[in-house]
Write a protein that binds this ligand. Sequence first.
Ligand SMILES: Cc1cc2nc3c(=O)[nH]c(=O)nc-3n(C[C@H](O)[C@H](O)[C@H](O)COP(=O)(O)OP(=O)(O)OC[C@H]3O[C@@H](n4cnc5c(N)ncnc54)[C@H](O)[C@@H]3O)c2cc1C
Length: 371
Amino acid sequence: MDVAVVGGGVIGCSVAYHAARRGASVVLLEAGEIGAGASGAAAGMLAAQAEAHDPGPLLDLLLAGREAHRSFEQKIREATGLDPEYVWEGTLRVATDEQSRERLRTNHLWQKEQGLTTRWLEGDEARELEPALFPETVAALHLPEDGQVNSPRLVRTLALAAVREGARIEEYARAVGLGVEGSRVTGVRTPEGEVAAGCVVLASGEGSAALAGGIGVRVPVRPVKGQILSVVPRYLPVKSNVWGGRCYMVPKRDGRVVIGATVEPGERDPRPTLGGLAALSGAAVDLVPELSGAAFATAWGGLRPGTPDGLPIIGPVEERDALLVATGHYRNGVLLAPITGEAIAALALGEEPPLDLSPFLPGRFAEVTSR
Ligand SMILES: Cc1cc2nc3c(=O)[nH]c(=O)nc-3n(C[C@H](O)[C@H](O)[C@H](O)COP(=O)(O)OP(=O)(O)OC[C@H]3O[C@@H](n4cnc5c(N)ncnc54)[C@H](O)[C@@H]3O)c2cc1C
């Protein structure tokens, strides 16, 4: 195999698809089922501007990630006949008090300065856009270019697209280590033996730290639990992604409203708790009161792959030939999947990636020990 990808989340499947599309022979090993990790839990927002706190490399990456989805959408639908349910209705960040108004106003001003499309709305204007918002809405920031997708569907679509391009996907195939000869990574060790590959891509989400650590490479990804739930109202009360201070809600094309998400660093049990769900439900009803009559559908949780500096880890490990890392996407792995897949596939084939990866290289953390 030219490329062995470890991890069948949205990142691993995107890498497999892009590498296979470029003509590489690809195998993807997934410990459970495709999309079993954070990717199957995600709300699916493509919220490049809502997620941005300031100008810098993360903003640039998020914007490039959103842009990549726009061309990707049609390509992936045509390649598979599946519809990952993209919606491009923007994000509305809602101020619920004077403090949050100030924060959003600052955000609006610097985004405007950067030339990004952003619209400042006073309370009544916000309620004109989204009439179901609570009556005391103070103000809102409208980011019309953000979007959303059905994340579990996107992962399955990517996996099928990868297979159609010739990739082999193995579920219930846990990597127990990486094969090494000298400074070179030679493949992936499984309980059945080693899968040899010209290049290994570590895309195992919050499981990446352990695999890299096994060969002395530091990939400091830590789980950040998120709880999330969905309800089925009689009709969708909002059309954009709506963010309040204590929750967000994402109206899905299938009639559900997805309400998320808690942020619990270090928690390893992904199951939702009563306290987490109570907090999210209360916040959602405060923001859009008519949701109180919506039928509860289901609740779930996932572990986001977080990093110490909040940036993803994308690129080659300098001290280990033939090892590429694609993880640590924290809150934005769905948004960043196509761009990450493109970049890693290019590197795996010895080509220039389509963007400057220097802020995201694993070398900013990694120390190879003598192991
Ligand atoms: C509640 C919640 C809401 C979110 N909302 C959004 C959102 O709206 N927008 C957005 O962009 N992002 C969102 N995210 C973040 C997003 O889900 C992640 O950034 C993204 O899914 C990470 O993808 P991944 O492929 O790196 O990891 P994962 O999806 O976790 O995939 C890693 C895979 O590797 C497998 N694996 C691990 N170890 C091994 C091994 N040893 N051998 C083989 N396989 C292995 C796992 O089983 C898993 O399937 C959200 C996350 C959560 C939890």
